[in-house]
Design a protein around this ligand. Structure first.
Ligand SMILES: [Zn+2]
Length: 289
């Protein structure tokens, strides 16, 4: 199958698509959009693999326990119908899933220092260390299974989650890591350090957002302009973070073309070249057959 574009990160398996999932997959296949369906916990990882396995080509899966699920998981009805349990990486469960050829990555995993919810008996420090242990288990699993990492790293702009994640990756991999920082939202220095490690940056709907008060332009614009073309991936993170002009709506993989358009504008390139190059990058990073 030849791809017009690849949405390197979406969540078509989630509850948000229970009514029209099949139709959206058909639409992607008809328009040549490949999709990587990313798990967030055991239930949604298994569902991602089932979804990818039900389609002959163009749909792949990634499996993991998201850092937001290791402590006091908040219930997003778009994600799962019933409130999710607190979870931690379990090797036997994920090893069974990884036996499928459709599993092309380990993620989304990483550190989320943006949304830290203190509860009785669980200090912020203890929640962070539990997230680190969960991330570390995913790193070991990715290495063992020779799979790239899809990482969610987020903080409140102080680079604390990037500092920690980069330290952990250096410790485990040395100086070259196979993976992507999904929905990259860090600053220029975070970007530089990720690129040094050999990582790809996943650019999503945030790149289409207008600058915030006091900003001349969206800070992601400069990062996207300077990014080496061979490290650039595009993504939707659907159902989340729909790009302008669909902001606030349920996001869909087809909107990856809107992200491609914005990236093309910023780099002064034809949109078709951005779609083609980013699809080639996804095929290379995830070893897509
Ligand atoms: Zn995601």
């Amino acid at each position: 199958m030849k791809f017009n574009a690849i949405d390197s990160h979406c969540h078509l398996q989630l509850a948000a698509y229970d009514a029209d999932r099949e139709a959206l997959i058909e639409q992607c296949r008809a328009s040549g959009i490949g999709v990587i369906v990313v798990g967030t916990n055991k239930e949604t990882s298994a569902a991602a693999v089932a979804l990818a396995s039900a389609v002959p080509d163009g749909v792949w899966a990634s499996i993991a326990v998201h850092p937001g699920h290791v402590h006091a998981p908040h219930h997003d009805p778009q994600e799962v119908v019933a409130p999710p349990p607190e979870e931690f990486f379990e090797e036997t469960f994920f090893a069974a899933l990884a036996a499928s050829k459709k599993v092309v990555a380990v993620g989304e995993t990483g550190l989320d220092y943006y949304r830290l919810i203190e509860t009785p008996g669980h200090s912020i420090a203890s929640i962070k260390s539990r997230q680190q242990a969960n991330f570390s288990a995913h790193i070991a699993f990715a290495k063992k299974n020779d799979l790239p990492l899809i990482m969610h790293v987020r903080d409140r702009g102080d680079s604390s989650a990037y500092d920690e994640a980069i330290n952990m990756l250096r410790r485990e991999y040395g100086d070259q890591v196979r993976g992507v920082m999904h929905c990259f939202g860090g600053n220029q220095d975070d970007a530089r350090r990720c690129l040094e490690l050999g990582l790809y940056l996943g650019i999503g709907g945030i790149v289409t957002f207008p600058p915030r008060k006091g900003e001349e332009e969206n800070p992601l614009a400069a990062i996207v302009r300077d990014l080496p073309l061979d490290r650039l991936l595009i993504e939707t993170d659907a159902p989340y973070i729909a790009p302008v002009p669909k902001r606030g709506e349920r996001n869909e993989p087809a909107n990856v073309l809107i992200v491609a358009q914005k990236v093309a504008e910023l780099r002064g390139m034809p949109v078709g070249d951005i779609q083609r190059k980013t699809a080639e990058n996804a095929v290379r990073l995830f070893n897509l057959a």
